[in-house]
Design a protein around this ligand. Structure first.
Ligand SMILES: C[S@@+](CC[C@H](N)C(=O)[O-])C[C@H]1O[C@@H](n2cnc3c(N)ncnc32)[C@H](O)[C@@H]1O
Length: 236
């Protein structure tokens, strides 16, 4: 299948039969029949199918920020944060990301640590809002690569650093504000290791309330069943 459809193919059924779909022209159909892999059926698809996935990636406005893919035009008057949705997690459209962006815009700019930076959307938005220095960490190498690429695209390459770190392993640099849009279990594991005055945490449902030793909750936002919380470090 990879030889016949080098751009990729799709597995459309997974029970007692495996059905594979390749999108190609009539020449590939002839080659597929000749390959004798099994019964072949042909369905015509509408022109433009190659780009149809783009319709699922709509821009989002959060306060003074516009977050959108490179093929959309930013809304005038808003700060554009351009994120290519093709790769690491984080197009900006997810409720947890939007809630973090809301809380972020209410904080005074200063140094910032983004735990679980994904595509870099929060770190890049922070740099564009005047936060600095900004460090994103993630335990996925693709996220580091994509964060640095997106920082360049958004003109903040010199102000956003990204490092491959499992945040549960500690050794996180101190910052004025930390963001952690990860998951409930990672937020609870990482919060005691974060050295910051304030923490914006998300990545969990609004029925979940993280219990973070050393942190006092200040505000909570919810959207579409998800929650984000702003915490303040309890001074010893
Ligand atoms: C839900 S995504 C959020 C991405 C981005 N911050 C956003 O708001 O769109 C969570 C990210 O956290 C990363 N992550 C999960 N556990 C981690 C850990 N222990 N240390 C560092 N990164 C982690 C994942 O690889 C993923 O990129």
């Amino acid at each position: 299948m990879l030889e016949l459809f080098p751009a990729g193919f799709e597995e459309t059924a997974r029970f007692d039969v495996v059905e594979l779909a390749g999108y190609a022209d009539a020449a590939a159909e002839t080659a597929l029949r000749a390959a004798g892999l099994g019964p072949v059926s042909v369905t015509l698809v509408e022109a433009g199918w190659e780009d149809r996935w783009r319709e699922f990636h709509r821009p989002a406005s959060v306060g003074g920020l516009w977050i959108g893919p490179p093929w959309e035009t930013p809304e005038p008057g808003l700060i554009p944060v351009v994120i290519d949705p093709g790769r690491a997690f984080g197009t900006g459209a997810h409720a947890t990301t939007r809630l973090c962006l809301e809380l972020l815009q209410e904080q005074a700019p200063g140094s910032l640590l983004d735990v679980g930076c994904g595509s870099g959307v929060l770190a890049i938005a922070a740099a564009l809002l005047g936060f600095g220095p900004v460090l994103g960490v993630d335990d996925d190498p693709l996220a580091i690569e994509v964060t640095l690429e997106n920082a360049t695209v958004n003109g903040v390459a010199g102000r956003v650093e990204a490092r491959l770190v499992d945040a549960r392993g500690g050794a996180l640099p101190a910052a004025g504000l930390a963001l952690a849009n990860v998951s409930l279990s990672v937020v609870e594991a990482v919060a005691p290791l974060i050295v910051a005055d304030r923490l914006i945490a998300s990545g969990y449902l609004d029925r979940d309330t993280p219990e973070l030793a050393g942190w006092r909750p200040l505000a909570r936002r919810t959207c579409d069943g998800w929650a984000a919380d702003l915490f303040e470090r309890i001074q010893a």
